[in-house]
Design a protein around this ligand. Structure first.
Ligand SMILES: [Zn+2]
Length: 415
């Protein structure tokens, strides 16, 4: 358990990236007071207005950055290849324990905020209750409880089935009453057995009713879309955020890019990338001992799929779409400390390293409506800070080895 930090703390390093894509600050001093950033100063350019005895954390050779934000995780899934249909049969208590382990894994890796995109029933809210009671030190949790889905739709096991404009309005009200931070909706099928990824599930009318009710209650809406028609519906309904934004066609494993969809999304919503999911699947299946022809065929299928996703992301970015970084941790083989892989894939789609970092810091915070609170190292923001050896604007890989993780002014991990 972390102990309360001193009122004033100073952190010094070789450089600082504030998360916005601004030029680095050389020889920075970050002054933290009561968990909030009091000031960020370059070199000796400050007039100290803090106690001389304030403790100083020194990180020579390191870069300071905002704690990272993973915009798409599933806290109650293990990310070890266990079939979804097996995990969802576990008792809720077991799933809360799993969620706690997953959240701690993320925090140790420098991920100080998790946006959960759907967990079993009330388990994510119960985890947050435990966090608030001080039973565990966990990242900030941004929760939707469970995704709203059509009867029998993607992730229906989680408990969010609702149909028809009145039904979805009622579900939004229930979710808000339960304490969610935002609303997640499945607008197409997905990896759930019996659902169809290449077709929309909800009608535009249903989506419009849900978005309208969510906005009335000051909640943003993230919409899972794996085909172009679903994305078109979500944008038409006023969604704030699209998850995946794939272009799957009826021909399984193939995608057909549609420029008008990219243009519509660029004007309306942020997109969570989730590029690493397929990458981790390929890695896991390839490394499996005794892989037969079936596994090899699956690896090839996923490779083609990953190439298609990367290509579509490149084109969407060129069309002006704002990407934020999310891993889909928990799903299939995606680990809770896999966010750096996602940033590397965003870079492979054409983002400069500092743009990839913004997608997991200031950009992610803005997409969640938390701009001004987290995701940037500037005065007034929460002191969620990581120190990594070397320079991540030259090599994103160094983000895998944070020497220090600070959450709200408390050092929660040292490596
Ligand atoms: Zn997901």
């Amino acid at each position: 358990m972390a102990t309360a930090p001193p009122e004033w703390q100073l952190i010094r390093a070789s450089r600082l990236l504030d998360g916005t894509g601004a030029p680095p600050v050389e020889r920075p001093t970050v002054v933290v007071r009561r968990g909030i950033i009091h000031g960020v100063y370059a070199g000796d350019a400050f007039r100290a207005d803090w106690p001389a005895a304030a403790p100083v954390l020194e990180y020579p050779g390191h870069t300071l950055l905002p704690g990272l934000i993973d915009c798409h995780v599933h806290l109650t899934l293990p990310g070890d290849g266990t079939p979804f249909e097996t995990t969802v049969r576990e008792p809720d208590g077991t799933l809360v324990a799993l969620a706690m382990r997953n959240a701690q894994t993320a925090l140790a890796a420098g991920i100080t905020t998790l946006r959960d995109c759907g967990s079993m029933r009330d388990t994510s809210l119960e985890l947050r209750r435990a966090q608030r009671l001080g039973y565990a030190v966990l990242p900030r949790l941004f929760l939707c409880r469970c995704p709203m889905t059509v009867t029998g739709g993607h992730c229906w096991y989680f408990g969010g089935e609702a149909d028809g404009p009145e039904g979805v309005r009622r579900m939004v009200r229930r979710l808000v009453r339960a304490g969610v931070d935002y609303i997640k909706i499945m607008a197409s099928g997905g990896g759930t057995v019996g659902t169809i990824s290449s077709r929309p599930s909800y009608t535009v009318e249903e989506l419009r009713a849900a978005v309208d009710e969510a906005h009335r209650m000051n909640r943003r809406v993230g919409v899972h879309c794996t085909c172009a028609a679903a994305t078109r519906n979500a944008v038409a309904a006023g969604a704030d955020h699209i998850e995946h934004a794939l272009f799957l066609t009826e021909d399984t494993g193939h995608q057909r890019y549609e420029p008008d969809v990219a243009d519509a999304v660029a004007r309306a919503a942020a997109v969570t990338s989730t590029l690493c999911v397929g990458d981790f699947i390929v890695q896991a299946l390839r490394d499996k001992p005794g892989a037969g022809p079936e596994e090899r065929a699956a690896v090839e299928r996923w490779r083609r799929m990953n190439d298609g996703n990367l290509d579509n992301t490149r084109r969407m970015r060129a069309a002006g779409v704002r990407y934020v970084a999310g891993t889909d941790a928990g799903w299939r083989y995606t680990p809770f400390d896999g966010l750096v892989r996602e940033l590397e894939l965003l870079a492979a789609s054409g983002a400069r390293p500092v743009e990839a970092i913004a997608a997991a810091t200031s950009g992610a915070a803005a997409a969640m409506g938390l701009e001004g609170e987290i995701g940037t190292l500037r005065e007034g923001f929460a002191a969620d800070i990581i120190a990594v050896p070397g320079d991540p604007s030259a090599d994103l890989g160094v983000l895998r080895r944070p020497s220090m993780v600070m959450l709200g002014g408390t050092v929660v991990a040292r490596h």
